[in-house]
Design a protein around this ligand. Structure first.
Ligand code: ADP
Ligand code: ZN
Length: 519
């Protein structure tokens, strides 16, 4: 039986839909058994870079970490995900230690977490050799630096352990300064430079842009028209849309074809081959397209629908401009996307903690879509890197006009609450605008105090306000009630007048001059 691929395990074990920046390359090198040093910002996702290879490799991976609480957390999370993991720390009871030793001797463990003090006894190397340790992972590798704040004398024994076991070592840290790096190489790798991963996450040649969906098909057609003859990818949310949109692009005289997981293997290979070899082909695809695509000169990537998470977004736009030459991206989003993504999460089979993590990752992407400042700064910040405004995204080029949206949001929230959180934005907008529709009369909604209090905005404008409210996670469609909007906890302080909210005006003002939404 073929071993599962790292990407399969990424979703089946860890529940992630895409690698974060940098992770894929590190996972690949560590799995291949190379000595590696990876420098990633805190929160960037280092642990996955040894946990995933540990599952792909034969034998046990020993993880040296200085933080007992962190080890316990990771072991618990791994066990919950069905991975055989254990920890040997001074915080363990004797019984706990015995259980770990037993599992180790029976060859059942995949990951063994160990505090560095354990290395002091000298017996550790023998024990680990007998247990079949095939990889050493060192978290917080800067603790080996005698000049740093976090020096841990026992870390100096890790080099000995590596020599004794003769297995590859993967070192991780968030501290990137030159001296620390040199010391890590000297002390952990006997001065032989390992494969190092230090590049930041920034892809300065990528131009970032988002647009609210107004007339989505022409927005994509216009974007493609301005880049005619250059290779690009259009990602769509559904298979059917890849087919209809590639048809529309061909009608507009582009070389375009579609790609999705429902096509047979031969047809897919054919598209992949054409994309590699032809100049200026557009592939309109679901996320099934990309893993095997290794084309350095993709000049643009457009999302006809909102991606699943900020990680998926980064990975998908990251396929453009691998050669370092300028490349452009455009991501469209609308309330329908938000509703769809939320219900996909809610209706999935994942346990509750994972669902709320997925909602949070979607929120991060929506925050990026509705951002008021530089998108790159926000994106890199999410991955733990600090950056200055880039000057090379749509918002740096054209800073959005904003307005104090507190009153509008409070009116909308009160319309939601007074109707029992049972209606979608269409009916709520009728109430706010004081439209006497049949539905309004049937429900007696014309007598609500909120009836007609929002006459200052047109329908389109209210739609943009509701979309931004969804983007800020102030309201969520209720999956049980056909997208009826419910208020979330973060909205409460705004409703109570304790907090203000700034909204973007551009999407609202522009909406007036745009053609009617049709898809
Ligand atoms: P670090 O050790 O680099 O500070 P962690 O390994 O603890 O960071 O990861 C930070 C957070 O990022 C964790 O909540 C983890 O679940 C999440 N994370 C890691 N990799 C991914 C990924 N590929 N997609 C989504 N979330 C991820
Ligand atoms: Zn910018």
């Amino acid at each position: 039986m073929a071993a599962p691929s790292p990407t399969d395990l990424l979703s089946s074990v860890f529940g992630f839909d895409a690698f974060r920046p940098g992770q894929a390359e590190i996972v690949e090198a560590v799995t291949a058994g190379e000595n590696t040093l990876a420098i990633m910002p805190t929160g960037g996702g280092k642990s996955l870079c040894f946990q995933l290879p540990a599952l792909c490799r034969e034998g046990v991976t020993v993880v040296i970490s200085p933080l007992i609480a962190l080890m316990r957390d990771q072991v618990r999370a791994l066990r919950e995900a069905g991975v055989a993991a254990g920890a040997l720390t001074s915080g363990n009871t004797l019984e706990e230690n015995d259980a770990v030793f037993d599992a180790l001797h029976r060859g059942e463990l995949k990951l063994l977490y160990m505090a560095p003090e354990r290395l002091a006894s000298g017996a550790a190397a023998n024990m680990l050799r007998q247990a079949g340790v095939s990889l050493i992972a060192v978290d917080e590798a800067h603790c080996v630096s005698q000049w740093g704040h976090d020096f841990r004398p026992d870390y100096l024994r890790i080099g000995e352990l590596r020599r004794a076991l003769q297995v590859p070592l993967a070192a991780f840290t968030a501290t990137a300064d030159e001296e620390t790096r040199e010391e890590i190489v000297t002390r952990l790798f006997d001065g032989v430079p390992p494969r190092s991963f230090l590049h930041g996450f920034d892809r300065p040649n990528l131009h970032l842009a988002f647009e609210a969906k107004n007339s989505p098909r022409s927005q994509i057609l216009n974007f493609a028209a301005a880049r005619k003859g250059r290779s690009g990818i259009v990602y769509c949310g559904t298979r059917a849309k890849t087919e209809s949109l590639s048809h529309a692009l061909r009608e507009a005289r582009h070389a375009a074809c579609h790609y999705h997981g429902g096509m047979d293997a031969e047809a897919r290979r054919d598209v992949e081959h054409r994309f590699q070899t032809e100049d200026g082909l557009i592939v309109v695809a679901t996320v099934a397209f990309g893993m095997g695509v290794d084309k350095p000169d993709i000049r643009w990537v457009a999302h006809a629908d909102l991606p699943k998470s900020i990680e998926a977004y980064y990975q998908e736009i990251g396929r453009a401009g691998r050669d370092g030459a300028p490349a452009e991206t455009l991501t469209l989003y609308g309330p329908e996307d938000i509703r769809l993504r939320r219900s996909q999460i809610d209706e999935g089979l994942a346990p509750p903690e994972r669902k709320s993590a997925d909602h949070a990752r979607l929120n991060a992407l929506l925050g990026l879509a509705e951002s008021l400042g530089c998108r790159r700064q926000l994106l890199l910040g999410y991955f733990g890197e600090t950056a200055e405004p880039c000057g090379h995204c749509d918002l740096c080029e054209r800073p959005p006009e904003t307005f104090d949206g507190t009153t509008a949001v409070r009116k909308a929230l009160s319309a939601i609450l007074r109707t029992g959180e049972s209606f979608g934005s269409g009916h709520l907008i009728d109430i706010l605008r004081g439209e006497e529709t049949d539905k309004i009369r049937q429900r007696g909604h014309e007598s609500l105090p909120t009836f007609g209090v929002g006459i200052e905005y047109g329908r389109k404008e209210w739609q943009a306000i509701f979309r931004q409210m969804m983007g800020h996670d102030l309201v969520r469609p209720d999956p049980e009630r056909h997208g009826a909007l419910r208020m979330t906890d973060p909205a409460r302080p705004i409703l109570r007048g304790e907090q203000e909210i700034t909204l973007r005006k551009d999407t609202i003002v522009k909406a007036k001059d745009r053609p009617k939404v049709r898809e």
